[in-house]
Design a protein around this ligand. Structure first.
Ligand code: AMP
Ligand code: MG
Length: 415
């Protein structure tokens, strides 16, 4: 007679994410750093940024041309012209506009008090006496940029929890911020497990022993961690031995917020990560109802969080993007943790429904639809490199050509 062990039910992704996020105490509440605004791209703002000034500071010109009063133009006789009473380059102070005159003005220069419009130089004709004839009747307010139209004084320009972008660091600079307060970088210890793993460069392709493979996970994991602002200590490949695994974990737990491993969290007897973490700390093994993915471990070793990713490259990659990324963003106090999915038409069919929620590697095509990578195996890394996004396909769902599906951009998931 054979005994069958009852399998734990698979955990929905959203439940796994909620449990994980509940463990992530934002570092911003622990440690805030002032970093040069130049270096703040990708960091998470730890406090609201409030502007001490309005931007623009003054009404200014949106064009090279002439600042004037519309009523003065309307009052001219047919063919009449306005004398030019001052010249205002950007950065210089403007004098009040003399009634019945125009001011030569350049883009960004302050509007002289009394002027109510700018006429672009293309719509003016300079007369032999240097006065100007206006070829089109101006409208009040035309080509004016109003003081404060970008930023009002005392307004919050960027909020705590926002992840800074090139545009947002420029916005911070525009209100005079030389430094910005951000959450400190998470410190992450990374290690790969598996005796089959070989580093590129250690052995040439033609000399690889049977069963050996190059360690590819280490490359996307380190790159993704760095993009997320983490300081990475890379412990390299840890041998498939209980003692070596425990040593590495103990060592890594000293000064890291997170220990991240790939491989060794399945239930095979060569999977030593699980018992090693259990011996030193706590471990919860989750079977997450996603494909690719499924085995995932969360625990603690000392003061460190521990996350064990599956070894299969695409499983490891997808679980990182769906779970580890939001966890690391939350650690930094970020408010936006997951990208928004958009509806796009499938230009493929997916006739076999799976019991698990699937993340299919796809690419947008020029016709506005999605093409599917032919091989969706969790070992086929080409699918992830080829794709520019994933289709988030609910459990039990088939897809017919033309169906609207949920597309999530990999550029956003990898940011
Ligand atoms: P494991 O989770 O350790 O059972 O590994 C599952 C599969 O992923 C096996 O085929 C491993 O060889 C492969 N794998 C594990 N770690 C890596 C890695 N760092 N790079 C590439 N493949 C890996
Ligand atoms: Mg292994």
């Amino acid at each position: 007679m054979t005994t069958t062990r009852t399998r734990a039910p698979l955990m929905p992704l959203d439940d796994a994410l909620a449990s994980l996020l509940a463990q992530a105490q934002p570092l911003a509440e622990v440690e805030v750093e002032q970093v040069s605004t130049f270096d703040a791209d990708g960091r998470v703002l730890a406090q609201d940024l409030v502007s001490a000034l309005q931007v623009p500071a003054h009404d200014n010109s949106a064009m090279d041309g002439y600042a004037l009063r519309c009523a003065d133009v309307a009052g001219l006789a047919d063919g009449g012209s306005l004398p030019v009473s001052q010249r205002i380059p950007a950065g210089s102070a403007a004098q009040p506009l003399q009634p019945g005159s125009a001011a030569r003005i350049f883009t960004g220069a302050a509007i002289p008090p009394g002027a109510d419009a700018v006429v672009m130089q293309e719509d003016c004709e300079v007369q032999p006496d240097q006065s100007i004839r206006v070829l089109r009747p101006p409208q009040p307010g035309q080509w004016l940029r109003r003081a404060g139209e970008d930023v009002a004084k005392n307004s919050v320009v960027l909020s705590k929890g926002e992840r800074l972008t090139p545009a947002s660091i420029a916005l911070a600079a525009s209100i005079g911020m030389e430094y910005v307060p951000v959450a400190r970088r998470p410190r992450v210890a990374l290690f790969s497990t598996g005796d089959e793993l070989v580093m590129p460069g250690a052995v040439a392709p033609q000399d690889m022993r049977p069963g050996a493979i190059y360690n590819s996970n280490r490359f996307f994991l380190r790159a993704l961690l760095q993009r997320l602002g983490c300081v990475v200590t890379d412990y390299g490949i840890v041998p498939d031995q209980r003692a070596a695994t425990e040593d590495a974990l103990r060592n890594a737990s000293q000064a890291h917020d997170l220990i991240l491993t790939s491989g060794g969290v399945s239930v095979g007897e060569e999977d030593h990560v699980k018992p090693a973490v259990q011996a030193l700390g706590q471990l919860n093994l989750w079977q997450i109802a996603i494909k690719p993915g499924k085995p995932f471990a969360y625990g603690t070793v000392g003061q460190s969080h521990f996350i064990g990713l599956p070894g299969n490259p695409v499983s490891s990659y997808i679980t990182f993007l769906l779970l580890v990324r939001p966890f690391l963003l939350r650690l930094q106090g970020a408010t936006q943790l997951v990208p928004t999915a958009v509806a796009l038409p499938a230009h493929f069919s997916w006739p076999r429904a799976d019991q698990r929620r699937e993340f299919l590697r796809v690419r947008r095509n020029a016709a506005g639809g999605l093409d599917l990578f032919a091989n969706q195996s969790s070992g086929v890394l080409t699918s992830a490199a080829w794709g520019d996004g994933v289709v988030d396909n609910p459990a039990g769902q088939t897809i017919a050509h033309g169906d609207s599906v949920r597309f999530i951009s990999l550029a956003e998931l990898q940011a």
